[in-house]
Design a protein around this ligand. Structure first.
Ligand code: PEP
Ligand code: CO
Length: 478
C-alpha cells in the first residue's frame, strides 16, 4: 500500500496530484467487458457451492463492503513496476502459499513483515536499487487444486481450496464450500492490511531503527553476523548523510508495502471490482497486484477474461507447459497496449528445466518488443515428497533455479527484475537445507503449512544474500 512520507505536510497530502495514467497506455477495458462477463467463459478451479442463491446473497454483501486498497495506490505500484521493467528497481514479492484465518494474528503478521523488511534491506544495500515490496497477504485465501475430490481410506470429499472456500479438516462439514467464508476472508484481509498500515505509519519500518524488526532468534542465526554488518553499514551511511545535510532523512521512516494474491475465486474478485471517480476503467480493489495462476492462465478461459478488464498491474505464472506462441497471444489479450508496468511474468519451471524452457520465452517476448517484468518463482517447480510423507522443497534447488534465472536472463539480453517467494516469519521447518542444513527428519519438528512448504526466516534472508552475491558476480563478468 502507498505510504505517505513524513516530509510532506499533511495539507499537501490532499493536494498531491494523483498518479497520471502512464503514457502510451491503451484503454484496457473494451466496450464488451464488465466485471461479470467472465461468467460466460469456461471457468476451472471454482468450487461447487451447494446453494447458488446463498452465494449470490453473500456477493451482494461483499459488493457493498468498502474496498481494501485504492486506485491511486494501484497506479503508483504500476509505475514502480514499470521502473523495475526498466532495470531501476527490484521486486520482492513474498508471503504464505495460503493465508489461514487462524493465522490472522498480531505475531504472524508482524513477523512476516519483519522478514520482508530485513530481506529488502539486504537487497537495497547489495543491489543499490530501490525495492518494490509486495506481500502475498491480506487476501491470499484461495488455492487451486489438482483434483476436485480428495480420497482417504475409500472416502471422497471436496478438496480443500483455501479458507475462503472451506476448511482443511477431512470431514464433510469442513470440506463443504461455505459462501459466508467470502465475507470472513474480506474481514480478515481488512484486519491484516489495517495492522500493516498502522505498523508502518507508526514507524515500525523506520530505517533509523532496524532493531524494531529483529526476530527473536536473529541473534542465534548462522547469518546474523553478516546481517548485522549490513545493518551497521546502512546506519553509517544514514548518519553520514544526515551529518552532511544537517537534517534527519525523514523519508527513511516509512516503507511502502503493497498486497497481492492469486485472482482465483472470480465471484469474490468480481464483487470487489469497481469504478472510481476521476479514473477511467475498472479496478480490482481487493488487492493492488492480482496474479493469474499457472492452472488458470488459459486463453479463452474465465480467469483471463476477468483480468483483461481491470487496470491493476497483473502477474502471470508461467510453468513448464507454456509455449512461446501461446504466451504471446495471452499478452495480446491481457496487455493490448504494451503498457509499462502492466505485466509481470513469474516463471516457475524447476531447477532441472529452467535452462531449456526459459530462453525460448525470452526470445519470443523480446522479438515482439513486449515490455514485461521478469520474475522468478523458484518455489513451485521444486516441490517434492519425502520418504516420511512431507511435501518439501530443497533449498539447493530453490537457490539453483534462482541463480540460473539470473544467469539466463543476463545471457539472453534480458534482466531478472524480481523474485516471488513463499515464506514466513515463523520458525518453521518445511524446506530442507539452508544455513542450518535442515534434513528430512527435521521437517516433523515444525511443519505448519496446510498447502505448500515455505522458507523460514533464515532461509529467506539467505536467499536475499544470494541474490546480491549473484548480481555482483554477473556484473564482474560483464
Ligand atoms: C502459488 O503461487 O501458490 C501457486 C499455486 O502457484 P502456481 O500457479 O505457479 O502453481
Ligand atoms: Co504455493
Amino acid at each position: 500500500m502507498m505510504v505517505l512520507r513524513r516530509t510532506i505536510e499533511p495539507a499537501m497530502h490532499r493536494l498531491r496530484p494523483l498518479p497520471q495514467p502512464v503514457a502510451n497506455s491503451a484503454p484496457i477495458a473494451t466496450a464488451d467487458w464488465r466485471p461479470r462477463t467472465w461468467r460466460a467463459f469456461p471457468a476451472t478451479q471454482l468450487p461447487n457451492w451447494p446453494d447458488a442463491q446463498a452465494l449470490e446473497d453473500v456477493l451482494a454483501e461483499v459488493r457493498c463492503l468498502p474496498p481494501l486498497v485504492t486506485s491511486w495506490e494501484i497506479l503508483a505500484l504500476k509505475q514502480q513496476l514499470a521502473q523495475a521493467q526498466a532495470g531501476e528497481r527490484f521486486l520482492l514479492q513474498g508471503g504464505d502459499c495460503a493465508e489461514s484465518f487462524a493465522d490472522c494474528t498480531s505475531a504472524v503478521i508482524s513477523n512476516r513483515l519483519k522478514v520482508l523488511l530485513q530481506m529488502s534491506l539486504v537487497l537495497v544495500h547489495g543491489l543499490r536499487e530501490p525495492v518494490v515490496r509486495v506481500g502475498r497477504f491480506a487476501g491470499q485465501y484461495a488455492k487451486p487444486r489438482s483434483a476436485d475430490l480428495e480420497t482417504r481410506d475409500g472416502v471422497s470429499l471436496p478438496s480443500y481450496r483455501g479458507d475462503i472456500v472451506n476448511a482443511p479438516e477431512f470431514d464433510l462439514a469442513a470440506r463443504t464450500p461455505d459462501p459466508r467464508r467470502l465475507v470472513k476472508a474480506h474481514a480478515r484481509s481488512a484486519m491484516t492490511i489495517n495492522f500493516v498500515r498502522a505498523l508502518i505509519d507508526g514507524g515500525f519500518a523506520d530505517l533509523h531503527h532496524p532493531e524494531y524488526w529483529n526476530l527473536d532468534w536473529v541473534g542465534h542465526s548462522p547469518l546474523s553476523e553478516e546481517y548485522r554488518r549490513m545493518v551497521e553499514a546502512v546506519a553509517d551511511a544514514v548518519r553520514f548523510t544526515e551529518t552532511l545535510s544537517g537534517e534527519p532523512l525523514h523519508n527513511l521512516s516509512r516503507a511502502e508495502f503493497y498486497t497481492s494474491h492469486e485472482a482465483l475465486l472470480l465471484p469474490y474478485e468480481e464483487a470487489q471490482t469497481r469504478q472510481v471517480p476521476r479514473q477511467h476503467g475498472w479496478f480490482n480493489l481487493s488487492t493492488h497486484f492480482p496474479w493469474i495462476g499457472m492452472r488458470t492462465a488459459t486463453l479463452g478461459g474465465a480467469h483471463v477474461e476477468y483480468l483483461r478488464g481491470v487496470r491493476n498491474p497483473i502477474g502471470i505464472k508461467i510453468g513448464a507447459d507454456a509455449k512461446p506462441e501461446t504466451l504471446l497471444r495471452l499478452l495480446d489479450v491481457l496487455d493490448p497496449g504494451n503498457e509499462p508496468g502492466r505485466i509481470s511474468l513469474i516463471h516457475r519451471f524447476g531447477a532441472a528445466r529452467i535452462g531449456a524452457l526459459l530462453p525460448p520465452l525470452i526470445a519470443a517476448v523480446r522479438g515482439e518488443g513486449r515490455r514485461v517484468l521478469w520474475v522468478c518463482d523458484p518455489m513451485h517447480g521444486n516441490t517434492e515428497s519425502t520418504s516420511n510423507g512431507y511435501k518439501t522443497r530443497p533449498f539447493t534447488a530453490i537457490r539453483s533455479e534462482l541463480e540460473q534465472a539470473m544467469e539466463l536472463h543476463a545471457a539472453h539480453g534480458s534482466h531478472l527484475g524480481g523474485v516471488h517467494l513463499e515464506l514466513t516469519g515463523e520458525n518453521v521447518t518445511e524446506c530442507t537445507g539452508g544455513a542450518r542444513e535442515l534434513t528430512e527428519s527435521d521437517l516433523e519438528r515444525a511443519y505448519r503449512s496446510t498447502v505448500d512448504p515455505r522458507l523460514n526466516y533464515e532461509q529467506s534472508l539467505e536467499l536475499a544474500m544470494l541474490i546480491v552475491r549473484k548480481r555482483g558476480e554477473l556484473l564482474r563478468e560483464r
